[in-house]
Design a protein around this ligand. Sequence first.
Ligand code: ZN
Length: 288
Amino acid sequence: MRTLTKTQETLIISRSYAIPELPEVETIKNQINEILPLKVISCTQSSVISSIAHTPIDLSNRKIIKVHRKGKLLYFELDKNEFLLSHLGMTGGWRIGKERPSDKIGLKHNHLCIKHSKGYLSYIDPRRFGHMYQLSESETQDKLAELGHDLRSKEFSIEYLTETIKKYPNRQIKVHLLDQSLYAGTGNYIVNEICARAFVRPTRRNKSLTLTEIKKMHSACKVVLDGATQTGGTTFQGGYADTTGSAGGGVGHLVVFYQKICQLCGETPVKKIFLAQRGTYYCPKCQK
Ligand SMILES: [Zn+2]
C-alpha cells in the first residue's frame, strides 16, 4: 500500500460504501483467473440467492474456464458455451480460499459457494444489490452490448470520447462520464479524479470543453485507472475488498475525492457539492 502524503492525513473517510468501479473489478478478475480453469465439485446457494440471481444458477460438475470483464461486469466463461455474469452492485465481492469464508461477512452473506479441488470460490454480498445471470453465449453478447466501450479498450479513443461528448452538449461533464452505455467502468470516484487530473471543473457543460481539455481527460483516465489498479483498487471504510478480503491501496492516488486539501496544488481546500445526488469534489483553484 502506498503511504499517504502529509496533507492526505486529513482524508475524510466515507461512512458510506464506495461501489466497486473498473480498477476494483479488474483486480478481482485477475485474482480469480489465477485459480482458473477449475472443475466445480459442488455449488451451494443461500436461501436468498434469488434476490441477486435473475436466472437459475446451476454450476455443479461444470467447468469454469476463464473470467473476463467489460466495465464493471464480470463474465465467467463456462463449458457448453455458457457464461456466468456477475455485477457486484454496491457490496458484492468474490473470495478465494481453502475453506469457505469464515469471517463475519462471509458466514452471513455467502450467497454462492463453489467447491473445487483446491478449495472454494465464494460470492458474498451483504446488501444484495449485486446481479447474477447464467446465460448462453448470444444472451451474454446482448448484455455486453448494452454497455459502451470499456475504458481500457482500444475503442475508447480520443475520437470516441470527443464524439460522445459532442453528442450531448448540455450535459454536465461529470454526470455525462457516469453513463455506462457510453463508458463502461466509470463510477463516482473515477470521474471525480478524471476531471481533477484534466483540470476541468465537474459542473462544466460538455459544449464548453475544448479539444485540448478532452484530450487531457482521455490521458487522465489512464492515469487514474493505472494508479488505482496497480494498488489493488480503492477501499474506503466498509467498502470494497479483494478476493483475499484485503483492502486496496488506491486512496494514496486520490487528488480530490474525499480529500480536504487538493493533492494537485497541495494547498487549496477541496469543495464538495452534489451533482445528480452524487458527492462531487473539485479544487476551485486547479479546475477551471
Ligand atoms: Zn488544487
